[in-house]
Structures are given as C-alpha cells and as structure tokens.
Design a protein around this ligand. Structure first.
Ligand SMILES: O=C(O)[C@@H](O)[C@H](O)[C@H](O)C(=O)CO
Length: 497
C-alpha cells in the first residue's frame, strides 16, 4: 500500500492528487465533505477509495491505514457508506418525462463508459440492470450490480441521476428483495402467466374455455369490450366475440398478476418506482389490439405503469439487427407507440442492442416516450477489446464458446449460422476483432457469457478465463470505455437521443 503515500498526503492537504505510474487518479471523483476528503483510485487492476480527514465519512469507511488516511476496497459496506453520504450515488426513478436506456453490465466495469456516453443527451441511464437469468448464469447478486453502479457513479462524479432495474422478475420474493435493496425500476416478467397455448386453440375451444369463466368476469369483459370501439390517434380498435375471448384467455391471468404486484408492492413502496410490464419474452406476438386490451385493463384497475414491453412482430434476437419485414414492423411499432402515448407510458424495447435498421423508426414514433434495454452488446464490446489486446485469450474463449454453445440454448433463443463463422485457425490476430462485427460470432459470444466467465479447469479447479479476462480488461480500461462510447453512442444517435 506504500504506493498510496503521496495520494494520501495530497488529499490530507486538500489537493487533487497527481497521477503516478503506480496509482491512477479518477479526478472527477474528488469530494471534500464535512471534514473528510475522498477520491477514487486504481493500483494495478484494483480500484480503491482513498480517504483522509476526521469526518463521519472517514470513520465509517472500512480500509487499511496509510499515513494519515485510509485506502478502502470497493466492498458492499463501503458502497453503502457512499450512498449514505452522497445522495447522487443512489438509484432513482425517472417516471415518463425522459427517455431511459437500460445499460446492463454483466461485468461490473462498463458503467463509466456508459456514463460518458449519456452525458448531455436526452436520456437517463439505467446503469444497474441484470435479469435473474444473467445473475444466475454469472453467479452474481443484485447487490453486486448495485455496488458496481454506485462506485462507477462516484468515480465519474456523475450527479445527473441513474436507475437500477431489477429485470425480468417473476417471483414475489425477488420483488421484495430487489425493492428492499433500493432498486428504482422493476421489470415484471409475465411470461409465465401468458397463455401461449391459446394461440393454437380452435375458436370452439376458446369459446368453451371463456364460457367456463365465472359469470361476473364474463359479464365484466362483455360490458366493457364486446363490440365496443376505441379510437387511438386514428387507430380504430374493437373486439368482436372471438378476439375478446382470445385476449381474455391469453392475458387474463397475466393482468391479474400485474394488478397484484402493483397493489402489493409498487403502490405500497416508500419511494417512486418505475414499474415496467414485460410481455416480450413469450411466443405470442403482441398484436396492437392485445397491447391496448392489457393497457386498458390496467387503467380500469387503477394500475399505473411507466413502461410496457410488447413482443414485436419479426425477431429481436440478442446482439444482432432486427430480423423481419421492416415495413410491417414500422406499421405495428407506430401503433404500439400511439397506444403507449394514449395511456401515458413509455414503450419499452427489450433486446434493444444493435437493432440499427429500426432505430430511426423507433425514435420517430416514440418521440422520447421510450425505454430501450441493452446488456449483452456491452459484454461483446469487452470481448472486442480482448480480441484487440490479448489474441491468445480470445482464441481460447472462442474455441470454448463453440464447444459449449448448445448448452446456452435452454436460456436464449438465438439462431446463428455458426458455419458462417470464419475458422479461427485461419484468422490472423489482427482480424480477430472483426468477429464482433459478424452476426453469428456475436451471438456465439452473446449467450455463452456465463459459461465463459465461470469455466473452471477440470484438473486444478482454477478459472479458465475469468481472471485473465478481467486483468486484461482493467489494464485496457480506456479502450473499453472508448468502445462503449462509440457503440452505444451509435445506438443513441440513430434513436435521436
Ligand atoms: O440477457 C438477459 O437476460 C437480459 O439482458 C434481458 O434480455 C434484458 O431484458 C434485455 O432485453 C437486454 O437487452
């Protein structure tokens, strides 16, 4: 810890420490608060808070004494101390007044680049966003992602607000846990309650099942929807008996679940929560009239949502551009955007990474009433950096990903043409980064992140890639930051944000 002597001496004197060969100084983090001076630093590949003085902040941070100061690891305890003393390091809800972007960070090191990307733009960052699926595949916790966001915001001196999305939550215990941790955004995944089987049912079967519903339910739906017309910005929406019965059966249980969660958790929360309904991860494409039916039912039941994610026509596969008829997509996206505006919530786009061909359409019709989610693409930019600076590591990861790809298909729906991937053995080192520009190799890495970052040697039990991956990335932090600023910046430019 001797390398911190000068840093400590400088902040004891209230001076911004000078950069040195051994210690990187994150100048925007420097804070002087009630008798304590503090700054974020990095030595080697590890980051530390360096604090001096005699205030509460100094006394409450856990760290190793160096001179008249302390050098503090980025622990959960120290994250909560920062939250206590610096309000801007805590996540917040944004409502529907400004566009928001989910910037899922599977590594816990992307947020500084994300913060730089969104500065001075018409969008707020949801820096902490990981689904239960991602957390499970990476052996990470919700606390880990909140801590990573807290330290990144402090490091960057970013005081314009960020969010934390407990993403694709299905279980009430996870809702309680996430809200208790301080998450500001809850994405309720209703895929378990949506009746995909109705899609293939015969009209007679649908009528019979509808007829079996309680009389009062049937009367309610008939009175409010049957042969009724709703006009949404020129879009005429109506429900005959067949379409009403189908929507009631497909979405009825899901809407009950949404109402329950809103009533029991969101409405009772002690702070504003951005509540998102996710019906995107289902086989059933959300027709505009189905979107309206769900939204109108939520309105009738007094449920307020800040965003809703339909399942769009075509395919929003991970890490690659839109697949489908762009003209049909434009027609339906326009209708979905008008429905969202009619009810006053943001249209949410999941798997929003890399959908460059449809971003102008999305930006045109949502007009900023938009939430767009990315995650895996930020991991792929890290893989790109590895390919650039550590070709041997890239080659070993690429080979392992190819060997284990099939295992990921139980978690993700991707259909890469792996035969189109250039043979690794025939690819020169300088051409390795180009794999991140090819759809199939992008998807190969996109969905094998968990396998790669938790892979262990069968002999020694040591991790195969993780340690070297993070060491390489932390030794090339600026390259990763620049890659994110360029790639996510391209997303926002095309969205008009
Ligand atoms: O991979 C995941 O589970 C998440 O990134 C999830 O897909 C997220 O909701 C998303 O859509 C990010 O693009």
């Amino acid at each position: 810890m001797e390398q911190f002597q000068r840093v400590v001496a400088d902040i004891v004197a209230g001076k911004l420490p000078q950069q040195s060969d051994n210690v990187t100084i994150y100048e925007r983090s420097f804070e002087k608060i009630e008798g304590s001076n503090i700054i974020m630093t990095k030595s080697g590949t590890e980051k530390y808070l360096v604090v001096a003085g005699n205030g509460a902040l100094y006394n409450e941070l856990d760290g190793e004494s160096v001179g008249d100061g302390k050098v503090c690891a980025l622990t959960h305890h120290n994250s909560k101390v920062l939250n206590k003393h610096f309000e801007y390091t805590k996540p917040q809800a944004f409502g529907t007044e400004i566009a928001t972007m989910g910037l899922g960070d599977r590594l816990g090191v992307a947020s500084p680049g994300h913060i730089e990307t969104v500065m001075n733009r018409k969008v707020k960052p949801i820096l902490a966003q990981q689904s239960i699926r991602e957390l499970t595949l990476l052996n990470r916790t919700m606390t880990d992602i909140l801590d990573a966001a807290t330290f990144a915001v402090f490091q960057e001196g970013y005081k314009d607000g960020y969010g934390a999305d407990a993403d694709h939550i299905k279980l009430e215990k996870d809702i309680e846990y996430a809200l208790g941790l301080g998450f500001s955004f809850l994405t309720l995944d209703c895929s378990e309650q949506i009746r995909n089987d109705i899609e293939g049912a015969t009209t007679d079967d649908i009528h019979k099942e509808f007829a079996s519903l309680p009389v009062d339910r049937k009367e309610y739906y008939k009175n409010h929807y049957l042969n009724k017309s709703f006009e949404v910005q020129g879009l005429e929406i109506s429900y005959d008996e067949a379409s009403l019965h189908k929507n009631v059966l497909v979405y009825g249980e899901a809407i009950d679940f949404m109402e329950h969660v809103y009533t029991e958790y969101i409405a009772k929360a002690d702070r504003a929560i951005d509540f998102e309904i996710s019906i995107d991860e289902t086989e059933t494409v959300t027709a505009p009239e189905a979107h309206f039916f769900v939204a109108e039912e939520l309105r009738r039941r007094g449920v307020t949502v800040q965003s809703l994610a339909p399942r769009f026509c075509g395919e929003f596969q991970k890490g690659i551009d839109y697949i489908g008829d762009i003209n049909q997509f434009e027609k339906e996206l326009h209708e979905h955007a008008e429905i969202a505006k009619y009810f006053g919530y943001k249209l949410s786009i999941h798997s929003g990474s890399d959908k460059f061909s449809v971003f102008p359409i999305i930006g045109k019709y949502t007009e900023g009433l938009l939430h767009i989610k990315t995650a895996g693409t930020n991991w792929l930019e890290a893989v790109r950096v590895i390919a650039q600076v550590n070709p041997d590591l890239y080659r070993r990861m690429h080979k392992y990903a190819e060997e284990h790809f099939e295992e990921t298909l139980k978690y993700y729906h991707v259909t890469p043409d792996l035969d189109s991937v250039a043979p690794l053995a025939k690819t020169a080192d300088e051409d390795l980064p180009a794999y991140m520009d090819h759809d199939a190799s992008r998807q190969l890495f996109h969905v094998t992140y968990g396998i790669l970052l938790t892979a262990k040697s069968s002999e020694s039990g040591a991790d195969l890639f993780r340690t070297e991956f993070f060491t390489t990335l932390m030794n090339n932090e600026d390259a990763y930051r620049a890659s994110l600023v360029k790639h996510i910046g391209r997303h926002l430019d095309l969205l008009g944000l």
